[in-house]
Design a protein around this ligand. Structure first.
Ligand code: HEM
Length: 411
């Protein structure tokens, strides 16, 4: 056993660690700087062993675990997935091995850099339309009026889902991701009930598209043509892909935009530098994603056999928790990890995860983040948090600035 593995029973964990490792709804990470907590947990307990399994908090261990073939992302006995409003494994997140590789080969090209680059102009236009809705007011509730609706609109278009379903999709993904309950099991029951409604509507959309009711230059049209081992995907397969995209694509970008703008709003010197030099937007997005890590961890992994992760034994059937947010403040990888530096030479952060299930929407997400922030900066002369107000953060698996009242001077 490595000497940095600490055994910490769940009852003895700090509220912050319980919020990380079990998504306990205790609000301990509803803070402006959760990275301080990630750094502290990493220092004190780089590897945690608790009743359910093992949690990893350093970059080297997280990357090794993310790539390890003995760790899978659906519970191996039942084949069930958790936390996303579906007992059925979502594709490709909850499948592993060769089938996962084949799905990634089909899905990755749809969101490859060259493909998403073609979306930039339309996305900037969409961003402007949303800004038009509040620009004359000189004030905006940034999360609900800008960050949340923007990626959702983009997504509906890309997906080829009827625009009138937008509000329903947003409401369902919130009900799934923010399901309330005292225990993980209770939250799972509530989340799955919300997921049932989403899946029923997705099934209808697939049926409408199969009957040729709409044209086909979007993601759903692609899914309908795909084959695995010579067989077309079934409606269930397609629903399992679409369900994952709704959860993975809507909330993450919205939350990240809000965290980044909240940080800039609170740091006038850096904000003015970025506003004066648009070339800084891309490195700023990377650096703040590293520090803020709006998706600080994701679905757990399970060991399908006894194995070792960098010398740490993991037993068959145990859970493995990976904390991307802690990896992103690992001093072994990043100099002064808690300091923001837009000019970091190699910023190999893992805000989009590490290993086999690394985010396949990262190119689209980056495009949306850069364009949304750049477009906002083009339309306002300056902005700040409304006087007398405070930003409120919420951590519900994904972290966002839920209350972000900004005042600004329109250009
Ligand atoms: C800033 C925005 C985003 C962040 C921070 C983010 C983060 C992540 C993370 C941490 C994972 C790993 C999940 C795990 O291992 O359990 C992941 C996977 C995934 N993401 Fe993203 N994501 C973002 C945007 C998107 C978008 C826009 C899409 C789709 C349009 C997307 C689609 C996916 C999919 C399909 C997977 C599963 C990949 C696999 O299992 O092989 N993501 N993302």
């Amino acid at each position: 056993m490595r000497d940095d593995v600490k055994v910490v029973p769940y009852a003895d964990m700090s509220p912050e660690l319980r919020a990380m490792i079990a998504y306990e709804g205790n609000h301990a990470l509803d803070t402006q700087c959760p990275y301080n907590d990630f750094a502290r947990v990493q220092r004190e307990t780089p590897v945690v062993r608790w009743e359910m399994g093992v949690g990893f908090f350093t970059m080297a261990d997280i990357v090794a675990a993310g790539n390890h073939p003995s760790l899978v992302s659906a519970e191996p006995n039942s084949g069930e997935a958790f936390g996303m409003g579906s007992a059925e494994p979502l594709i490709p997140l909850h499948i592993d091995g060769d089938l996962h590789r084949r799905y990634r080969k089909l899905i990755d090209p749809l969101l490859a850099p060259r493909k998403v680059a073609g979306l930039e102009e339309g996305f900037r236009q969409m961003t402007d339309e949303i800004i038009d809705g509040f620009i004359d007011r000189g004030r905006v509730e940034f999360f609900s009026e800008f960050a949340d609706p923007l990626p959702a609109r983009m997504f509906m278009q890309l997906f080829g889902a009827p625009a009138e379903d937008l509000a329903f999709f947003v409401e369902r993904k919130d009900a799934i991701l923010k399901a309330e309950g005292a225990t993980m099991q209770e939250r799972e029951v509530v989340g799955r009930a919300a997921g049932d409604g989403l899946r029923a509507r997705l099934r209808e959309i697939v049926a409408e598209r199969r009957s040729g009711a709409a044209d086909g230059s979007d993601l759903i049209a692609e899914f309908l043509t795909w084959e695995i081992d010579g067989d077309r995907l079934t409606d269930d397969d397609i629903v399992n892909i679409m369900h994952l995209f709704v959860i993975a694509g809507l909330d993450t970008v919205a939350s990240t935009i809000s965290c980044l703008i909240a940080w800039l709003a609170g740091h006038p010197e850096e904000r003015h530098r970025v506003m004066a030099d648009p070339a800084l937007v891309a490195p700023m997005v990377e650096e703040l994603m590293r520090l803020e890590s709006p998706v600080p961890s994701s679905g757990v992994r399970w060991a399908i056999e006894d194995c070792e992760i960098n010398g740490v034994p993991v037993n068959k059937g145990e859970m493995v928790y990976l904390c991307w947010g802690a990896g992103n403040v690992d001093p072994a990888v990043f100099t002064d990890p808690l300091t923001v530096d837009f000019h970091r030479e190699a910023n190999r952060h893992i805000a989009f995860a590490a290993g086999r299930h690394r985010c396949l929407g990262s190119h689209l997400a980056r495009l949306e983040l850069r364009c949304a922030i750049d477009q906002f900066h083009r339309r306002v002369a300056d902005y700040e948090i409304a006087p007398g107000e405070e930003v409120q953060y919420k951590f519900e698996g994904v972290r966002h600035a839920s209350h972000l009242p900004l005042v600004f001077t329109p250009r």
